[in-house]
Design a protein around this ligand. Structure first.
Ligand code: UGA
Length: 447
């Protein structure tokens, strides 16, 4: 009989994982504690913007016309425990308030509320990003709480999906990593991922700590790559170099590669910043803090970028205070193709200028509602054109395709001063200059 799967936590990770499991042919039950989320998902609606996810969900949610019916949702952990052979824990692990460490309370309570009801054999699989050592602790807790005792087992299976590509990354992962303690657990997970394995996704089997570390070290490596090129951008600013050309030339060395070498205002979002901090905190607890002190530098290079963008805007406006200056900000989300504004460098820059007296107007293709919620005092416009109308300077802070497709000549006709600062090194300088703009980008003083 085909395995039955539950997915606990239906945010970014969980909603995508649940829909993908249904797409792979399994019967799936999603569990969450937030009634609004469950009601939306039951209607086939996704509580965030993620390309392709709503379509995939509507293809499978029971009760939607023409859907396979393989995907259902509930708020009852007992129902989930009764239903599933494999339970995926997909809740989030945000940074703790006032600390570097991550908050494990959602993972702990997801595991505990499920475990109490597990009266039959099951495999519980953690997908959340957790500090190394958590799986070991949670495995003991699981056996202690589950009525089925050692018939219930834990495995760890980190998730590497990127926002904006979540569906593709889940259905066609570039690798599947499983931390297991038995051949049985490995066999079950090979069955779950039989389709991507058959397509060629590498399947890497490890112990618990290694599987947890793969995730945090992967994100640390990516953060390091971005901060490396941003450090080079700082040197280029001082030396009169061009960081975009530099990255292009470096990228031709395939040991380095050209991906994740886009200099600009740096990384944000719900993962990279909090993951490197939680990793440092955990290394400290383990007595290995020296090994990760470099991540402190990665973090500060990254956070410095935001302030440097603000200073670049101030200089471009003549060097004085922002008071009375009209600043258009294109982009609010932490990256394009997402509505996520968590720790967004774009909003941070917009906020800093606003708090220094600038009149900031923000436009973003998908992030307006979320941006308004966390930064209600900023000005917002319904289109890029409206944001730019009357502006003394335009800041390009999230590299949406929509912004690359704007007509610089049309925008020049509504701006007070045709002055654009590219915080993502993504616009075509020639096209903007040809339309009369003064174009300046980060790490490219002469380009
Ligand atoms: C990241 C990882 O890329 C995923 O593999 C991982 O699964 C995920 O975190 C997670 O832990 O859940 P994501 O947060 O969606 O994914 O975003 P990225 O695509 O990694 O981008 C992160 C930030 O870096 C964005 O703000 C982006 O604008 C910035 N970035 C990226 C740069 O500034 N330069 C680059 O060259 C690339």
């Amino acid at each position: 009989m085909a395995l039955k799967i539950t997915v606990i936590g239906t945010g970014y990770l969980g909603a995508t994982h649940a829909a993908a499991m249904a797409e792979l042919g399994f019967e799936v039950l999603g569990l969450d504690v937030v009634p609004d989320k469950i009601e939306m998902l039951q209607r086939g609606e996704v509580p965030m913007y993620e390309p392709g996810l709503e379509e995939l969900l509507r293809k499978h949610v029971a009760g939607i016309e023409g859907a396979s019916g393989r995907l259902r949702f509930t708020m009852d952990p007992a129902e989930a425990a009764d239903f599933g052979d494999v339970h995926f824990i997909c809740v989030n692990t945000p940074q703790k308030h006032g600390e570097y460490a991550c908050d494990m309370s959602y993972v702990d309570s997801a595991l505990e509320s499920l475990a109490k009801h597990l009266t039959r054999p099951a495999l519980v699989v953690g997908k959340s990003t957790v500090p190394v050592g958590s799986a070991d602790r949670l495995a003991a807790r699981l056996t202690e709480l589950a009525p089925a005792g050692d018939q219930v087992e834990l495995a760890w299976n980190p998730e590497f999906l990127r926002e904006g590509f979540a569906v593709k990354d889940t259905l066609h992962p570039d690798r599947i990593v499983v931390g297991v303690r038995s051949e049985h657990a490995e066999r079950v997970l090979r069955e779950v991922y039989a389709t991507p394995i058959a397509e060629g996704s590498p399947f890497v089997v490890t112990d618990f700590p290694t599987s947890e570390l793969v995730k945090t070290s992967a994100n640390s490596f990516l953060a390091t790559k971005i901060s490396f090129i941003n450090a080079m951008a700082e040197v280029c600013e001082a030396a009169g170099g061009d960081v975009v050309k530099l990255a292009e030339a470096l990228g031709h060395d395939d040991r380095i590669g050209k991906k994740f070498l886009r200099a600009g205002i740096g990384f944000g979002g719900g993962c990279l910043p909090k993951d490197i901090r939680a990793f440092m905190a955990r290394a400290g607890e383990l007595g290995a803090d020296q090994a990760l002190t470099f991540l402190r530098e990665i973090d500060s290079i990254n956070m410095r970028r935001r302030g440097q963008m603000v200073e670049m805007a101030r200089e471009a406006l003549g060097g004085g205070p922002f008071l009375g200056k009209r600043v258009a900000v294109l982009g609010a989300t932490f990256k394009p193709d997402s509505d996520d504004v968590r720790d967004s460098p774009a909003l941070n820059v917009a906020g800093q200028i606003h708090l220094q007296g600038g009149q900031v107007t923000v436009y973003d293709p998908k992030g307006m509602a979320n941006a308004r919620r966390i930064f209600p005092t900023l000005g917002y416009a319904d289109t890029a054109m409206e944001a730019v109308r009357g502006a003394d300077v335009v800041l390009h802070l999230t590299e949406w395709r929509e912004f690359r497709e704007l007509d610089p000549a049309e925008l020049a006709s509504v701006a007070t001063t045709p002055l654009i600062l590219d915080g993502r090194n993504a616009l075509d300088p020639e096209a903007w200059r040809a339309a009369g703009w003064t174009y300046r980008a980060m790490g490219r003083p002469t380009a």
